[in-house]
Ligand binder design. Structure first.
Ligand code: ISL
Ligand code: CA
Length: 548
């Protein structure tokens, strides 16, 4: 197994709009992040990934960029950015930025030009097509409701947008577009950042001719039509050769549509592409024909099989990140754990999994204190464009309003986007004023201040495991073997490296469970609750054993 720093370190994701507001406008900002760097250092994380804070009209909270070299005014200035980067480096941490180059904002100057006329020099930066029989050029569904083509009356053509209509897709076939992107990448690397998270990177190469599809299931369309296009590896490799390879940095690709069989084409160690991916297979579990708001039932059996299979396929050649939530999905304790009776126990058990499966762990802000999903009563309190579009979409979803709200409670992205809960003061210590999105009312109970003062908190458990992982390289490099059948309500696996062996035992159920895997010769190093019986696990009990 090849050694690399980015395998040994821990990533922490910040969603800047919701992390910390420094100036009372209700929006998180760079000075807010700066004021919390000591907190992150204390937690023990190494690599800070910040979701986009470039100039943007914020149709999709910054994933629609109108100027790649400017900081969004609500977030601060370039001086603030320099101060942030310096503050991170001074504390021995690293910064990776979000690179969103599958699409731009429709307010980016390239698109403003492109829209002007059919012979504008920027026309070919995007995908423009004539309609078909007075309708869209293809039947492609966008990620966020409706068709993926928007009509422009001025030139009577349609442009492609796989996300919202304010996020037109860039045409990577055009060498000028690729040059522009590499320039942007170089601009930020020359500022001294430590890498990128590449948004929807498998989508950058389209398959021609752009044609309607018969595939009924949305995720299958993503995998087979939108992702993994014929030139995707050529493009990524070109970016690597031209810029990325010249710096000691890390890259992590976000991978909708990357399945375990093609993953190593992106992250195999000799491919000259990416260091690791965030694959979304476990995140997309339960997404039915029309996506997340058309759910089907799944359970831990599917989750474990998926993790085991991925470990197998990636093998010693590639690398992935391990995470159970981010800004696009529900909170991990609400989705995979029990955010009611066993909130603390289950959040700790899931954390043990994140830090002991093979891959670089990634924590999403607030999960280190066990933040939960939110359930706003009315649609007026929701902000996410995906949620709002779904609520309005009465053609694709024949649901009552109650059903819509119930589905939003369970699956909406705003679950992860409520403001960070710093203390129990009004606004949860996030801001001195009302924020752009309401806080989760449980901030009076669940907050950082309280977590830090309680030695048994989820926060201190995270801190302990992170420190342990750093001094036990076997948890990074060791091989992985699942030891129990996937249909049992427990997850037991081994990690082995040189003469070391680690045994992880997790009860992912609300009931007691017994287990019969031998632990002879092992020492119990970490346990998330009071030890009662070596062979009986309490609800959501999690243990880490070690033997050398
Ligand atoms: O959120 C999702 C499910 O509804 C995902 O399908 C998500 O759209 C997909 O993983 C791509 O996500 C990334 O690109 C989007 C942006 O909205 C997300 O926040 C980002 O993580 C477009 O840039
Ligand atoms: Ca602010």
């Amino acid at each position: 197994m090849h050694k690399n720093w980015w395998k040994e370190e821990v990533i922490y994701q910040i969603y800047p709009r919701s992390f910390k507001d420094s100036n009372g406008d209700g929006i998180g900002d760079l000075q807010g992040i700066i004021s919390k760097l000591d907190y992150l250092k204390e937690l023990g994380v190494d690599i800070i990934w910040i979701s986009p804070f470039y100039k943007s009209p914020n149709d999709d909270n910054g994933y629609d960029i109108s100027d790649y070299r400017a900081i969004g005014e609500e977030y601060g200035s370039m001086e603030d950015f320099d101060e942030l980067l310096h503050g991170i480096h001074q504390r021995g941490m690293k910064l990776i930025m979000d690179l969103v180059v599958n699409h731009t904002s429709d307010e980016h100057e390239w698109f403003v030009e492109s829209k002007k006329s059919k012979d504008n020099p920027y026309r070919d930066y995007y995908f423009w097509r004539d309609g078909k029989d007075g309708k869209e050029p293809t039947n492609w569904p966008s990620f966020f409701s409706g068709n993926a083509w928007e009509h422009d009356p001025n030139t009577d053509q349609y442009y492609m947008h796989l996300f919202t209509k304010k996020q037109p897709d860039l045409n990577w076939e055009n060498p000028k577009v690729r040059e522009e992107v590499y320039d942007i990448v170089q601009f930020w690397l020359d500022k001294g950042i430590d890498g990128f998270r590449l948004d929807v990177i498998p989508l950058i190469s389209k398959t021609f001719p752009l044609a309607s599809t018969e595939i009924p299931v949305f995720n299958d369309i993503v995998e087979n039509v939108y992702s993994n296009g014929p030139r995707v590896h050529e493009f990524i490799n070109e970016m690597y050769t031209r810029v990325l390879s010249k710096y000691d940095i890390m890259t992590v690709g976000e991978g909708p549509g990357i399945n375990k069989d093609v993953a190593n084409l992106y992250v195999g160690k000799d491919r000259g592409e990416l260091n690791m991916i965030f694959h979304l297979d476990h995140m997309f579990l339960g997404h039915g024909t029309k996506g997340k708001f058309d759910p089907y039932e799944y359970g831990w059996k599917e989750i474990k099989i998926l993790f085991n299979d991925w470990e197998h396929s990636i093998g010693d050649d590639g690398w992935i990140s391990i995470f159970l939530d981010n800004h696009d999905f529900p909170r991990l304790v609400s989705r995979f754990g029990n955010d009611d009776q066993y909130r603390i126990e289950s959040a700790k058990a899931l954390a043990l999994m994140i830090f002991t499966l093979r891959g670089t762990p990634c924590i999403y802000q607030g999960s280190e204190i066990g933040m939960t999903n939110v359930a706003f009563e009315t649609i007026d309190d929701y902000r996410d464009v995906e949620t709002l579009n779904f609520y309005k979409d009465h053609t694709a979803f024949d649901y009552s309003n109650e059903k819509r709200i119930a589905l939003i409670h369970e699956h909406g992205r705003d679950n992860a986007r409520t403001t960070m809960q710093w203390d129990d003061s009004v606004h949860g210590g996030f801001s001195s004023q009302n924020s752009w999105i309401k806080p989760n009312p449980n901030y009076r109970d669940i907050n950082v201040q309280k977590a830090i003062s309680d030695p048994d908190s989820i926060f201190h458990w995270y801190k302990k495991i992170i420190a342990y992982r750093k001094t036990h390289l076997g948890l990074t490099y060791g091989n992985f073997t699942a030891l129990n059948k996937a249909d049992q309500p427990i997850y037991i696996y081994k990690r082995e490296w040189e003469n070391e062996s680690y045994l992880v035992v997790i009860n992912h159920s609300n009931e007691k469970q017994s287990f019969d895997i031998p632990t002879d010769g092992y020492k119990l190093e970490l346990i998330n609750q009071r030890f009662i019986d070596s062979k009986v696990l309490q609800a959501w009990e999690a243990r880490l054993y070690y033997k050398a």
